[in-house]
Design a protein around this ligand. Structure first.
Ligand SMILES: *[C@@H]1O[C@H](CO)[C@@H](O)[C@H](O)[C@H]1NC(C)=O
Ligand SMILES: *[C@@H]1O[C@H](CO)[C@@H](O)[C@H](O)[C@H]1NC(C)=O
Ligand SMILES: *[C@@H]1O[C@H](CO)[C@@H](O)[C@H](O)[C@H]1NC(C)=O
Length: 289
């Protein structure tokens, strides 16, 4: 249709634009700027220590589009480089960016921090300070929807995502903790955060009770109804439990499987790790505020 717009349509469009303008209040300062950050490794000084991290922009990055911002923390002995490159999932490795860049069709900005001594001891809260500085640095330069920040990781990286949910509940919309435990602390930890957790009942590194107790903190904070008896895997198939009666905007989803300490667990009959799809479904249910 090529007709000239009538005044009523024009007025409606104007109203829509001002509405969009209102919604746009949570766009980062980097929106509209030509970015100086590109997809590569950077160093930043945090409490006097040199810290490394990678940033990954969507291949078709648009400086006027407010993007999701996803933190991906590595496991103990892992590295940011290994999250960027990915490792063979058939040998217990993770797909690049925990599989989320591929599933998101290259639409999110990823921040991939590197741990001191390859872990997230978070001594004196220094890794949370690292997180704070990364948010600030990246958002000053890149266009982020600040109501759509996320955090995920496996093992120690799950512990770090849990620590972020505890200490910075207003800064992340949701976290996904894959086979985590209480290793990076929990400063605060009394506010709701949307929570995806996944754990194996045969986890020989971080037992399943540790993973359940992390989950239960947010079941409580989010006001969800506890589930009893404790959900169990269905043979070699994972079982997903969506908690009920959580406060609006603060869901909890729990996936229990029968496997070991493995970020790339699959269900029997499938060769596709389920953590990436589950995590992306959980994160992408949220719209910009
Ligand atoms: C992924 O993005 C490209 C480029 O924007 C688009 O052409 C394609 O249809 C998208 N694929 C899916 C599965 O959404
Ligand atoms: C699980 O691990 C924690 C921390 O290492 C430990 O305190 C706890 O006793 C373990 N629980 C079981 C049931 O093995
Ligand atoms: C368990 O898995 C089988 C398929 O192996 C399925 O038929 C059944 O419905 C599942 N049970 C539950 C409780 O999910």
């Amino acid at each position: 249709m090529h007709a000239r717009q009538n005044p009523i349509v024009a007025f409606a469009l104007l109203a829509l634009v001002s509405l969009v303008g209102f919604v746009a209040a949570e766009r980062s300062a980097g929106c509209g700027k030509n970015p100086t950050i590109s997809s590569k490794q950077y160093t930043i000084s945090v409490n006097g220590k040199q810290r490394q991290y990678f940033v990954k922009l969507p291949d078709r990055y648009n400086k006027d589009t407010a993007h999701k911002l996803i933190f991906t923390w590595h496991q103990l002995g892992g590295s940011a480089q290994k999250i960027v490159n990915g490792e063979d999932p058939n040998r217990g490795g993770v797909l690049p960016y925990y599989g989320l860049n591929a599933i998101s069709n290259n639409t999110a900005i990823f921040v991939v921090p590197n741990g001191l001594n390859n872990g997230w001891g978070n001594q004196g809260g220094e890794d949370i300070t690292f997180f704070d500085q990364l948010v600030k640095t990246v958002e000053a330069d890149l266009c982020v929807e600040t109501s759509l920040r996320f955090s995920t990781g496996f093992s120690y990286g799950g512990a770090m995502s849990f620590a972020v949910a505890c200490a910075r509940p207003k800064m992340v919309r949701a976290v996904a903790v894959i086979s985590g435990s209480l290793l990076s602390g929990c400063s605060g930890g009394n506010d709701p955060v949307a929570y995806y957790g996944q754990h194996g009942t045969s986890d020989s590194v971080l037992n399943v009770s540790g993973g359940r107790s992390l989950r239960d903190r947010f079941v409580k904070n989010n006001g969800c109804t506890a589930v009893s008896p404790e959900p169990q895997p269905n043979g070699s198939r994972s079982v997903k439990t969506v908690y009920k009666n959580c406060k609006e905007g603060y869901p909890v989803t729990w996936v229990i499987h029968s496997g070991d300490h493995n970020p790339s667990q699959t269900d029997s009959g499938s060769s596709t790790p389920f953590a990436p799809q589950n995590t992306w479904e959980f994160f992408s249910q949220f719209a910009a505020n």
